[in-house]
Design a protein around this ligand. Structure first.
Ligand code: PBG
Length: 321
């Protein structure tokens, strides 16, 4: 008789044969940045996640580096919003200031990634500018603004910009603007296969980025589709993305696996706010957040993600020690 269980009999032998090992160095910690000072504001729908002002972000980052996390992705929560998202690229903007402070303090010890989108900066909450005729998103006007935002992040010192607006041609527009202005080394992580998901709810509270009308289905992807996701990824690679992302992660492991199989550049997966809050809500009773989170993150890695963006990143690094 076969003895398939021989390699499971104790922890050491299981560890020896384990194919997937989570590492803090592959995790990216997201942060929501507010204006002001000494702010650490809890987000009701995401227990354990806060909005930080820049000074507190620096303190946070110190702790992060100490436990082995090497990268953050930043989202701005500006006080000022308009119809065109101008506060996203204005001089002295919230993200630009946070990036330059982080780079000044931590230099190459920390990879600073910035989210490039309009939804947190517009009053209407859409990821692009809106056409007056029919209230649809103006793709081509938006990519020009995204390029401007990305350039301002690069000028502040961002290592990598991550356009999440799902506009066609956004990666090419950003690459061109970066190259033209001498930022050939600033990398781009495309939020390439970003689905119109119901798992983004808590994030929209955190980033104050809910849309005032309509939904995002005309630009984010239909979750019934696989081929389209692969086409979006291929397009971003052609346009010059250095990494591509699948988002959300947990309900899209098949997409991650296919992307990993097909494309030979780093694949990132974003374990989004709803995935985090869902487990938080369940684990409170079950008392098993750590085990649940590590199982989910490991599954995302097993599916093929090289890099995982997760609200658990900080805690996971501690758990993995
Ligand atoms: C902005 C953006 C969103 C997320 C990341 N960037 C929300 C959205 O598209 O509505 C979601 C992340 C999360 O839920 O954790 N375009």
């Amino acid at each position: 008789m076969q003895r398939l269980k021989r390699l499971r009999k104790n922890k050491a032998i299981r560890g020896l044969a384990a194919q997937v090992n989570l590492a803090a160095s592959n995790l990216v910690m997201p942060y929501f940045i507010s204006e002001g000072q000494n702010i650490k504001q809890p987000i009701a729908s995401m227990p354990g996640v806060f909005r930080f002002s820049r000074d507190n972000l620096l303190k946070e980052a110190e702790g992060l580096i100490r436990i082995g996390i090497k990268s953050v992705i930043l989202f701005g929560v500006p006080g000022n919003k308009d119809d065109k998202g101008q506060s996203a690229y204005q001089e002295g903007g919230i993200i630009q200031e946070a990036v330059s402070a982080l780079k000044k303090h931590f230099s190459d010890e920390l990879v600073v990634i910035t989210d490039v989108c309009l939804c947190g900066y517009t009053k209407h909450g859409h990821c692009g500018v809106i056409k007056t005729q029919d209230a649809s998103v103006d793709n081509d006007a938006t990519i020009k603004i995204l390029a401007r935002i990305a350039l301002s992040h690069a000028q502040a010192g961002a290592d990598m910009v991550a356009p999440s607006a799902m506009m066609d041609g956004q990666v090419a527009a950003i690459r061109e603007a970066l190259d033209k202005n001498g930022f050939k080394d600033t990398a781009i992580m495309g939020y390439s296969a970003k689905f119109a998901s119901n798992f983004y709810g808590p994030f929209r509270d955190a980033a104050e980025s809910s849309m005032k009308f309509g939904d995002r289905k005309s630009y984010q992807m239909d979750f019934r589709n696989t081929d389209e996701a692969l086409r979006e990824i291929a397009a971003d690679i052609r346009e010059g993305a250095d990494m591509v992302m699948v988002k959300p992660a947990l309900a899209y492991l098949d997409i991650i696996a296919k992307a990993k199989e097909r494309f030979n550049l780093p694949i990132a997966a974003y374990s989004v706010s709803g995935e985090y809050s869902m487990v938080k809500a369940y684990a409170q009773g079950a008392g098993a957040e750590k085990e649940l989170a590590l199982e989910i993150l490991t599954a995302i890695k097993r599916a093929g993600a090289d890099i995982i963006i997760s609200y658990w990143a900080r805690e996971a690094a501690r758990w993995l020690k």
